[in-house]
Write a protein that binds this ligand. Sequence first.
Ligand code: ASP
Length: 334
Amino acid sequence: MNRKPRVVVIGTGGTIAGHSESPTNLSYDAAQLPVDYLLKSIPQLADLAEISTQNIFSLNSKDMGSSQWLELARCIQNLVNDSNIDGVVVTHGTDTLEEAALFLESTISSRKPVVLTGSMRASTALSADGPSNLYQAIQVSASVSARDRGVLVVFNAEIIMGTKVVKGHSIATGAFSASVGGVIGSVYNGHTFFSIPPGVSPLSGLLGSALKNNNTGWPIIRTHYVTAGETEESLLAIADLDCQGIVIVGFGAGEIPDTLLSVVLDKAKQGVYFVISSRVSCCAVMPETMTLGECETIIASRHFNPQKSAVLLSLSLCIGLSPLDIFSRAEVEG
Ligand code: ASP
């Protein structure tokens, strides 16, 4: 390419667009500034790429969900289908960035880089981390070496697979890590390194028919967090509400107390889908490690944490695919 890469930066809000009256305040208002305002503070970006912007939401990501991610995914798919565009960057709040990254990876088909970033400190904070995260995200999206890798997250000098990225700290700037093998590169100004060859996850675009779906409602997915010594009442109360799926945030490798088993088995027989995930931060629930056996309506989450499991279950049900099939095909297993 003997012209500069063309990158579109899509703003959705978050702390990266946050504002506070004082640079030392820990509290701030998220999603106050449009994305082109953020870019103006980094004139050096003009050396990296020809950049255009779109601000599609101004939201704290606590208020984002499937409807917003569907709109975002459609917008990105249109952009990457355009032969004049080489890469896309999305600025997103960090609170639900891990769900957004999985949603986008599962629905978008793209050989071009699609990179999410955000920040832990508001734009007005002392040593705000937004500008460097944004600079490095644009650098990665403009890099030929980032092609054919699916949706990536660039944060705090790391490049992380969208399927595997996990938020692990509420305040620190190094807030993101990943499930096993998910950190696949490093980025420093002027240098983009990948530690593995190109390749997309098995989920890449697998649930893309959601983008063509005209449905307006999403399946109702509920979540139950298991605690030691609990009895069946609170799970029963959730399961008795209308819902198509329940994610169980279980113990260890998918254990649940005996007091809950009959509720799960009864509801699963009635057609409610259960995904069994784990409270453990490095979550690994395999079919044979769960208390209950895996079947069409009781599914092991594998490496997907509860919040990612909810996204995958919702998307699978939304387009009428078997969640068991999707969870068992979602990762490369040798
Ligand atoms: N609450 C903010 C958000 O997710 C947090 C952040 O962006 O860091 O929008």
